[in-house]
Design a protein. Structure first.
Length: 598
């Protein structure tokens, strides 16, 4: 019997995810399993489901899926923020179906293109949504040439077949879900997450971070992102505690409500990308923070993108008066291909380290030491291990690492099948991330495919983007993308030229737009010793983002070169603009560009 064992041991020793959740239902049927918060400042601004209610809804869904022959088939979940989405996810697990979570069809062409790609790649057998969105989703599907794919609403009375439900008994290596990558550097791929992956990752994160057995989880991360689903929902359900959810839109509009939710609903573990902590430091006022108690917040996971030292320090300083402790800030490294969690700092204050990179001294934040997963740092081209403190590609091996990409053996072999000398045949996952180890702790520096090499220097685009956005009212809360394009110089080498695209708020005169781009050029020269061949200002929302809010730099480069940007202002030489793609200007309507263009 496991009743006396710690939660992480219970999770690790479970047969599969279904058996573990069913055990939690039996142990504490009347405990809140899921809470969705509309407004944490309103007395009645939330809805809660007990484990009993979640189990009943999941069995209704599972019975119907089994009756329709969808056990083992992929089921697409398209839900708005709320409790229906998590219930459908558990219902798919109960049915032995494979859930695939994705955002609802957006208004932008690239969002719909990505969703069509997921549907075709996964071979979806059914689409599930809620009643309010069913007609819209069904209409969108009907216009996409997807073979008459059926859409159903889990809230409908006829989508209920609990009596026909039979509890499945999947093996540990059975695929539990497909987690599609965010597509920040390439087309999204379906990462196969097995029951063993799920159980091992939750147990490992609990042990590594020192999470209490009764800790409550919560946050605003969307369910279709691994930080939302695998970083907060599954750890809570596997542990038999409560997960409190909030809409991402609510956070983005009023960031202080995230902190208010943590206080009101007694949340100990909450996670968010680095940009969210920065947004809090910029947007939350002292008046909004007054009356919020963050002393019970034990673990503030900061991950999904490079963690910046100045953001860590600013958030700790800002929230210290509210009881936030420096050791609560938990820089972390993870990725969908490793289920989600790889390393985290645990019960210690984050390590801030100065490190010389390409002749410049930079500050990096430690992401903790690996536990139950092997990390190697290698030279990316040769895959030869580098010494301690040297930057290279991060490789991973362990039970949290996925077996590969769905129906993509070549990509699986290239990414998950790396073998290193002296490792006894063990295979490693190529993360595509750069970093180094110092005294056993991992420091992440950036992504290989985003790295810019300009005149022999390695420049990380997120450093440039962060610096240019800081302190500019017109850029507040908006996104930029820095990337390079190749220019044929007529010599042996082909030069990489810097391009910066940034969203700008408000309407401005040509003179003011020239002042903004001139300021950016001065800052690039002073802080980085760089010259941008083009600075393109665009409307808010024009910079493509991943599901976690990161800039899709490769997509922005493609739009720039294809002439598909619709700029507010361009600061660039016209001849250079046409030379980078053989005589066609890489921005729309070059003859109608604002007067400030050179």
């Amino acid at each position: 019997m496991l009743e006396k064992a710690p939660i992480d041991v219970q999770v690790l020793n479970a047969r599969n995810a279904v058996a573990l959740i069913r055990r939690r239902v039996a142990e504490t049927p009347d405990r809140d399993a899921l809470v969705f918060v509309d407004d944490p400042e309103a007395p009645d601004g939330y809805e809660a489901w007990t484990y009993r209610r979640l189990d009943e809804q999941a069995r209704r869904i599972a019975g119907r899926l089994q009756a329709d022959g969808l056990s083992g088939e992929r089921v697409l979940l398209l839900y708005p923020p709320g409790l229906d989405g998590p219930a459908a996810f558990v219902g798919c697990l109960y049915a032995g179906s494979i859930p695939v979570l994705a955002p609802l069809p957006g208004r932008y062409h690239h969002e719909q293109t990505r969703l069509r790609g997921i549907i075709r790649d996964a071979g979806i057998g059914l689409v599930l949504t809620d009643r309010a969105r069913r007609d819209d989703v069904a209409a969108w599907l009907a216009g996409q040439d997807l073979g008459g794919l059926r859409c159903a609403a889990t809230g409908d009375d006829d989508f209920a077949c609990a009596r026909a439900w039979s509890e499945p008994a999947p093996e540990p290596e059975t695929v539990a879900l497909l987690q599609y990558t965010s597509g920040s550097t390439m087309e999204p791929k379906g990462v196969m997450i097995t029951h063993r992956n799920l159980l091992h990752n939750v147990a490992t994160s609990r042990r590594s971070l020192g999470i209490r057995d009764d800790a409550r989880f919560g946050g605003w991360g969307p369910l279709y992102h691994d930080m939302g689903l695998l970083g907060q929902v599954t750890p809570a359900l596997f542990s038999g505690t409560t997960c409190v959810l909030m809409s991402p839109a609510t956070f983005l509009k009023r960031p202080h409500l995230w902190l208010r939710m943590i206080d009101r609903f007694d949340i100990q573990v909450s996670s968010a990308p680095d940009f969210a902590y920065e947004l809090c430091t910029r947007r939350i006022t002292a008046e909004q923070l007054a009356g919020i108690d963050l002393s019970r917040w034990d673990i503030a996971i900061n991950g999904s993108e490079p963690v910046r030292a100045d953001v860590v320090e600013a958030f700790v300083e800002q929230c210290g008066p509210a009881g936030f402790r420096p050791a609560t800030m938990t820089p972390s490294f993870g990725m969908a291909e490793a289920t989600v969690f790889v390393t985290g700092t645990g019960e210690a204050e984050a390590t801030l380290l100065t490190h010389r990179v390409d002749g410049a001294v930079k500050r990096f934040v430690g992401c903790g030491r690996p536990a139950a997963i092997e990390i190697r740092i290698v030279q990316p081209q040769t895959v030869i291990a580098v010494r301690d403190g040297v930057i290279g590609e991060i490789l991973l091996s362990g039970q949290s690492v996925s077996p590969g990409y769905w129906r993509s053996p070549e990509a699986t072999a290239a990414t998950f099948g790396v073998r290193l000398p002296g490792e006894n045949g063990r295979t490693f996952l190529r993360t595509g991330d750069l970093g180094f180890l110092r005294d056993g702790e991992l420091f992440v520096t950036g992504r290989i495919k985003d790295l810019m090499v300009i005149r022999g220097r390695n420049i990380y685009p997120h450093d440039v983007e962060h610096a240019l956005a800081s302190g500019r009212e017109e850029f507040e809360g908006l996104r930029g993308a820095a990337f390079t394009v190749t220019q044929d110089t007529g010599m042996v080498h082909r030069a990489e030229q810097l391009v910066v695209v940034h969203e700008v708020r408000g309407r401005h005169t040509d003179a003011r737009l020239r002042e903004i781009t001139g300021g950016l050029r001065t800052q690039l020269a002073d802080e980085f010793g760089l010259r941008a061949e083009a600075i393109v200002l665009v409307r808010p929302g024009a910079v493509r983002r991943t599901t976690s809010g990161k800039a899709q730099r490769s997509a922005m480069r493609a739009l720039f070169l294809a002439g598909e940007l619709r700029p507010v202002h361009v600061d660039a030489d016209r001849k250079w603009l046409t030379s980078v793609r053989g005589g066609t200007s890489p921005v729309a309507h070059p003859d109608q560009l604002p007067g400030g263009n050179r």
